[in-house]
Design a protein around this ligand. Sequence first.
Ligand SMILES: NC(=O)c1ccc[n+]([C@@H]2O[C@H](COP(=O)([O-])OP(=O)(O)OC[C@H]3O[C@@H](n4cnc5c(N)ncnc54)[C@H](OP(=O)(O)O)[C@@H]3O)[C@@H](O)[C@H]2O)c1
Length: 215
Amino acid sequence: MKIGIVGGTGDIGEGMARRLSSRYDVVLGSREAEKAHTTSECTIGLLKQRGLKSSCTGVSNQEAVDAAGVIILAVPFLHLESTLSGLSGFEGKIVVSPVNPMEKKDFFIPVPPPEGSAALLVKKLLPGARVVTAFNTIAANRWKDLDAEIDVAVPVCSDDPDAKSVVMGIVNGTSKMKAYDAGPLAVSSMVESLTPLFINVARYNKMRDVGIKFV
Ligand SMILES: NC(=O)c1ccc[n+]([C@@H]2O[C@H](COP(=O)([O-])OP(=O)(O)OC[C@H]3O[C@@H](n4cnc5c(N)ncnc54)[C@H](OP(=O)(O)O)[C@@H]3O)[C@@H](O)[C@H]2O)c1
């Protein structure tokens, strides 16, 4: 399976590439293909040092979309709409949104768009795509730190049962993550609002990279 990462040079994209490229063909995208190439070479080198094989290619965001069947949108909410408006070819593909629209005031708060959530905005902007919400609550540091397992729950939402099942399979095959079906895409606003809560909890309790488990 080929997994494309739009914005793959960022915190979460780079971390995802480290974890996913030993199991899947990762096609890491950027606005600048050269930057993506550098990140992919770093990823391959890092995994090689650990005796692990890695399939990771650095390309433009558009090439990542074209090459992959599953595309992760690893860009800040602020740049989500402009990024998607410059890309095409999402029809029939699984598009995963880990995007959390939030703002920092005295503390972090969710700031969902008028559509209700980032994922619902993606669905509106990419009508032919099979949109899935996942990975919203996993901090980039957890993805990046290959010395530690990622032992957390991952709520997954979609209106497309087959797409949801594919993404839940990716979740369950990655480190010690456990996927939970959180329902339709309408639930994504709740999932997206967890991260600002977790960052506040981390800050007020002197914790790092707070995550969740369902028991
Ligand atoms: N960081 C976390 O711990 C975390 C955890 C869970 C979910 N998320 C979500 O994951 C998404 C990515 O977060 P992140 O922390 O990885 O973001 P980031 O590092 O700030 O940015 C990710 C990538 O977005 C691209 N980008 C930056 N500015 C842009 C612009 N003006 N226009 C178009 N593309 C731009 C850049 O790629 P190029 O310059 O290579 O194009 C950048 O490397 C966010 O929506 C966030 O809510 C993050």
